[in-house]
Design a protein around this ligand. Sequence first.
Ligand SMILES: *Cc1c(COP(=O)(O)O)cnc(C)c1O
Length: 391
Amino acid sequence: MSALTLVGSPSAARVSAGPVLRVDLAAVATNTRRLAAATTGGLMAVVKADGFGHGAVDVARTALAHGATWLGVTSLAEAWPLRDAGLTAPLLSWLNPVDADWTTALRREVDVAVPSRAHLEAVVLAARLSGRTARVHLHLDCGLARDGAAPAAWPALCRAARRAEGAGHVRVVGLMGHLPCADTDAVSARTANAPGRARFAWGIARAREAGLRPPHRHLAATSATLTDRLTHHTMSRIGAGLVGIDPGGSLAGARLEGALELRAPVVQVRAVRAGTGVGYGHTHRTGRATHLALLPAGYADGLPRTASGQAEVLLRGRRRPVVGRISMDQLVVDVGDGADGGVPEPGEQALLLGAGRRGEPTVAQWAAWSGLLPHEVVTGLGARWQREVAR
Ligand SMILES: *Cc1c(COP(=O)(O)O)cnc(C)c1O
């Protein structure tokens, strides 16, 4: 990943018909290297939800080239495109119904998490019928009361898995947990994670007693990887960090780079008088004579309506306020009276979101404006953007 090849150059962007979503894989590469350096264990690149909206295959391939050795996804349906793309790295899928397509998972060498006896039995059956050995990761709930086995069910699950291992139907290659309160700063993390760490240590001990010797034990996601070394075990599962999101806002995370850029052409500019109501409900009235620029992207494209009245975009190198309500397909920007940098013209590109190096808004800023998590911003971007990938 040495040369940065732009699929669409700035001049191509000028003639492109509409809004563009550009993914910068060099940022993913940098983030992967930094996260790999931050953990004492290995690194699983979590590319669920289409790689947090950045393109699962692109993010996976980039992460594998820069220090990740595993891939992780939520459902099996998210695993197939990675195998279709020719990625052969170990791949784990951790959230599936009991009647999921375990047979295809076996055939395509996808590891599966097992959170219950019912799941184990279904996986064993698929393994027996296909004459293969399933690679499983036993999943212990470490405090979310969500997915994973409840502690009361864990020792029996471990013993059943050991019996299935003895019969040759499964191989328990991993134990996994997930922390409920890791999204915090480095000072609070050790305390916040203490119950989850203890639960996982307990789970490892019970698995050992049952005779299991799994080589992989993974608990930490991005936050804990950056802030709490006691959670690292043999591997971290990193999703948000790959695309520059630091859920805990830790100091270490400040060194992660945003990998997304959103831009859109000005469709129209009009001069308006003071007191002009803008958009649905006239939630904004111009305070002076000014110019309004129209951009063809809205909440159906993932620009949260709740950011109305707060969001800004970069136009002609200056921050300009988004005024009135963000609509489904469009938003309006107050570009002033021309005194400050001149009035933009139709066809000029507005930068709605980026890594922040040119003064443009970041994912974190859109999240703050809209009351969303950065994760929600990047995974909610909609299908209408013309995608570009800078490799
Ligand atoms: C999403 C997810 C991860 C990755 O978390 P990030 O905070 O995005 O790094 C890890 N493990 C599980 C079980 C997840 O659902």
